[in-house]
Write a protein that binds this ligand. Structure first.
Ligand SMILES: NC(=O)c1ccc[n+]([C@@H]2O[C@H](COP(=O)([O-])OP(=O)(O)OC[C@H]3O[C@@H](n4cnc5c(N)ncnc54)[C@H](OP(=O)(O)O)[C@@H]3O)[C@@H](O)[C@H]2O)c1
Length: 366
C-alpha cells in the first residue's frame, strides 16, 4: 500500500484534494503535512470526523526548511505538493532523490521551477522515480484536452482552449506566498499562441470567446502554457493551438493589470507583496456568476468538436485533475521520469475520472 504525504493540506487546493482522495481512493495511506501543527491537527480531526473509517497521520514540514524533512521521507512513496512553497526548493528535490520518493506539484508553471526540475531530470530517470509537475487545471488540463482530441479525431488541425475563471476572491484566504506566486506568474506571463509558429499577441487587439451559460461572452488573452509548447511538433497536422484565458472584471482588465505589470517592472521584489494585495483587492471586484469553464474547440478536415469542462468551485476544478493523476499513479499507468501532468496522463481515463468526481464535462459536435 502506497503512502502519500499531502503538503499544503490546509490550503484551498489541499483541503479539496484531501477530501477527494479519501472519498475515491481506498488503497493508500494518507499523511497530511504543513508548517503549522495546530492547523494540520485541526484539519486531521475534521477529516477523521468526515471519514471515520480512514487512518490519517500528520507531519509538520516546511518545504523551504530542509531540517524539517531531512531523513523524514524514507517511508513516503509520493510527496504531493499542493502548497504555495515556490522558489528554490532544490534541497527538497535532493532529499526526494535520496529517499526514493516520487513527487507531484501543483505550483504555478514558472520558468524557474522548470529549470530547477530539469537539472534533476537525469537523476529522476536513473533512480526510476516519477516526478509530475504543473498539476491542476491551468496548467494541467488544456494539454490533456488537445491530446484527447488527437486520440479521438483523425488529422487534428486546430485545437484552441479557452478558459473563464471567475472566483469570489473576497471569500478566500491565501498564504502570503500564494499572492506573491501570482505576481511572479504575471512577471513571466507570455501572451503566445500557435498559428503555424508561436506568435506574440498584439495587446491593441481584443479577442473574445462566447462561453456556455452562465458566463457568455468574455474578453480573453493568450497565455503560453509549457504543456502546449511541443504539441505542434508532435501532432503532425496541427496548425493552430493556444490557451486563451479571461474572467476578471473591467477595472482589473483595463486598469489594475497595467499598474501591476508596470509595478513588476519598476519595483524591487521586496515590494511585490503590495502588488499581491492590489491584485487580490482588484480581483475581489469580480462579480458572480462564479466558477470555472474550460472549452476546447477542435477541428479536423471533416469535423469540429467542442469539449466543455466546468465546475462552480475553482479549487474543486484544481483538485479533481490532481486526484485523477494520482489515481493513474496508484494504478501504475504513469511513466517514470519528469513530466507535466497534462502530458503524463492517459487522457480518456483522466477525463472520465474528473467527470465521476462531479466536474461537468460534455463533448458536442459543432
Ligand atoms: N494548476 C492549477 O490549476 C492551480 C490552481 C490553483 C492553485 N494552484 C497552485 O496550487 C498551490 C496552492 O494554491 P492554494 O490557492 O491552495 O494556496 P493557499 O490556499 O494559499 O494554501 C497554501 C498552502 O501552502 C502551505 N505552505 C506555504 N508555504 C509552505 C511551505 N514552505 N512549506 C509547507 N507548506 C507551505 C500553506 O500552509 P500554512 O498554513 O503554513 O501557511 C497552505 O496550506 C499554489 O502554488 C497555486 O499557485 C494551481
Amino acid at each position: 500500500m502506497k503512502t502519500i504525504l499531502l503538503v499544503g493540506a490546509t490550503g484551498n487546493t489541499g483541503q479539496c484534494t484531501a477530501k477527494l482522495l479519501l472519498q475515491r481512493t481506498k488503497d493508500f495511506k494518507l499523511i497530511i503535512g504543513g508548517r503549522n501543527p495546530d492547523k494540520i491537527r485541526k484539519m486531521r480531526n475534521s477529516l477523521l470526523d468526515q471519514y471515520p473509517d480512514t487512518s490519517i497521520e500528520m507531519m509538520v514540514i516546511d518545504l523551504k526548511d530542509a531540517s524539517t524533512f531531512k531523513g523524514e521521507l524514507d517511508n513516503i512513496d509520493l510527496l504531493l505538493n499542493v502548497s504555495s512553497a515556490v522558489g528554490d526548493v532544490s534541497e527538497l528535490y535532493v532529499e526526494l532523490l535520496r529517499s526514493g520518493t516520487d513527487y507531484f506539484d501543483s505550483n504555478l508553471s514558472l520558468p524557474a521551477k522548470h529549470e530547477i526540475l530539469r537539472k534533476q531530470e537525469q537523476a529522476i530517470m536513473a533512480d526510476d522515480l516519477t516526478f509530475i509537475t504543473d498539476c491542476g487545471y491551468h496548467p494541467g488540463i488544456p494539454g490533456a484536452m488537445v491530446r484527447w482530441a488527437n486520440e479521438n479525431m483523425k488529422d487534428l488541425t486546430e485545437a484552441n482552449c479557452y478558459a473563464v475563471m471567475k472566483i469570489d476572491w473576497k471569500s478566500l484566504k491565501f498564504a502570503v506566498e500564494t499572492g506573491l506566486e501570482m505576481i511572479e506568474e504575471f512577471k513571466h506571463f507570455q501572451p503566445l499562441y500557435f498559428d503555424e509558429t508561436w506568435k506574440k499577441w498584439n495587446y491593441s487587439k481584443f479577442l473574445s470567446f462566447t462561453f456556455s451559460p452562465p458566463f457568455g461572452k468574455e474578453n480573453v488573452t493568450p497565455m503560453f502554457l509549457e504543456e502546449l509548447g511541443n504539441l505542434p511538433k508532435q501532432i503532425q497536422n496541427l496548425t493552430k493551438t493556444g490557451f486563451f484565458i479571461g474572467g476578471f472584471n473591467p477595472v482589473m482588465d483595463y486598469f489594475l493589470m497595467m499598474v501591476i505589470l508596470l509595478g513588476i517592472k519598476v519595483l524591487p521584489r521586496s515590494m511585490y507583496h503590495h502588488l499581491a494585495r492590489l491584485f487580490v483587492w482588484g480581483a475581489g471586484l469580480t462579480r458572480p456568476p462564479y466558477g470555472v469553464q474550460l472549452v476546447g474547440v477542435f477541428k479536423s478536415s471533416n469535423e469540429t468538436k467542442k469539449m466543455t469542462i466546468s465546475h462552480p468551485d475553482a479549487y474543486f476544478m484544481t483538485a479533481a485533475p490532481i486526484v485523477a493523476c494520482v489515481e493513474q499513479y496508484l494504478g501504475g499507468s504513469l511513466s517514470k521520469g519528469l513530466n507535466l501532468q497534462a502530458l503524463a496522463v492517459q487522457p480518456g481515463p483522466f477525463f472520465k475520472a474528473i467527470e465521476e468526481m462531479g466536474v461537468s464535462l460534455s463533448v458536442d459536435k459543432a
